[in-house]
Design a binder for this molecule. Structure first.
Ligand code: XIL
Length: 302
């Protein structure tokens, strides 16, 4: 097939992008996004600060703008994200302890209930592990409510939307030998053994020269899949340009295709000019909307 989404579909997979609501009035952007991608993540519009700006006052206008664009164009939705230390509304940032635990579970329940039936997979919990060699949980107000906050969030999400796949999502979990990767693996293993509802693990996959695509990427994806979860690449971008960038993108696609339970890849934006990265050219289309060498490499591999 001649587009990323259609080619991935021939492989039983999807190819997605993050969409920013502010870009939906740009016809070059929507033309590319509609043509190439068949899974959509809201870049910011379903996060905690967007959906619950004041406690117990839920606002879904921005999230719905993206959800409706996706569903009206025949695409599936990845929900991002229900519980995260970052992009919390001010009232939540100031909360701790049992009141925060209740507020977090209420948020999970209300947002997952609102979107019930529309979401292919939710990033239920995002970025809960620390970087570096400790393998520990990341310190945050949510973590300080007790180590079981993650499983509590997953149980609340399952109750609210039983048909959505429930995922744990993180970054720097690509290299199998890293402590953070091992720690997330042990959590998923523990959840599976105790019947905590988890269906998938998302690998953000933000790569740059300091954090290159590891040579053991396929091993990482396969080891997680062997725990009995789907694996997805959820926020892919790779700093660089030309052949070297194209080769790294190709390697990612190869690694995913080699793992039966790797069922989709999402890039974190459409054109380089849409990227969250302050500078650089990490995506598949240039700022003029033209296909880059990395695009050709991905399409040829799919
Ligand atoms: C980023 C967005 O792209 C930016 O627009 C925003 O300012 C900050 O968040 N990991 C995630 C995403 O899970 O939600 C982040 O998105 C990028 C890192």
């Amino acid at each position: 097939a001649s587009t990323l989404g259609a080619s991935a579909a021939e492989r039983g997979r999807y190819f997605g992008t993050a969409i920013a609501g502010s870009r939906l009035s740009d016809s070059q952007y929507t033309t590319i996004a509609n043509r190439e991608f068949n899974m959509i993540s809201a870049e910011n519009e379903m996060k905690l600060d967007a959906t619950e700006p004041n406690q117990n006052q839920f606002t879904f206008g921005s999230g719905d703008q993206i959800a409706n664009w996706a569903l009206n164009n025949g695409k599936r939705l990845r929900g991002h994200t229900l519980a995260w230390h970052s992009q919390q509304p001010g009232w939540m940032q100031r909360m701790e302890g049992s009141s925060l635990r209740s507020a977090m579970l209420n948020h999970v329940t209300r947002v997952a209930t609102y979107y019930r039936g529309k979401i292919y997979a939710w990033d239920v919990v995002n970025e809960a592990f620390a970087d570096g060699s400790s393998g520990a949980r990341r310190d945050s107000n949510l973590q300080r409510t007790g180590n079981d906050w993650i499983e509590a969030a997953f149980r609340a999400a399952r109750a609210a939307d039983p048909n959505a796949k429930l995922c744990y999502n993180d970054y720097n979990t690509d290299n199998w030998s890293h402590a953070k990767t091992q720690a997330v693996y042990r959590m998923v293993q523990d959840f599976k053994s105790r019947g905590v509802p988890i269906d998938c693990v998302g690998f953000q996959a933000h790569f740059n020269s300091g954090n290159p695509v590891p040579s053991n990427y396929h091993t990482t994806l396969q080891n997680f899949a062997d725990l009995g979860v789907d694996v997805q690449i959820t926020e892919l971008d790779i700093e660089g340009s030309g052949t070297s960038q194209a080769d790294q993108y190709r390697g990612i696609v190869q690694a995913c295709l080699a793992v039966t339970r790797c069922n989709g890849i999402t890039v974190w934006g459409v054109r380089d000019s849409d990227s969250w990265r302050a500078s650089g050219t990490p995506l598949l289309f240039n700022g003029n909307g033209q296909k880059k060498a990395a695009y050709d490499a991905v399409l040829a591999q799919l």
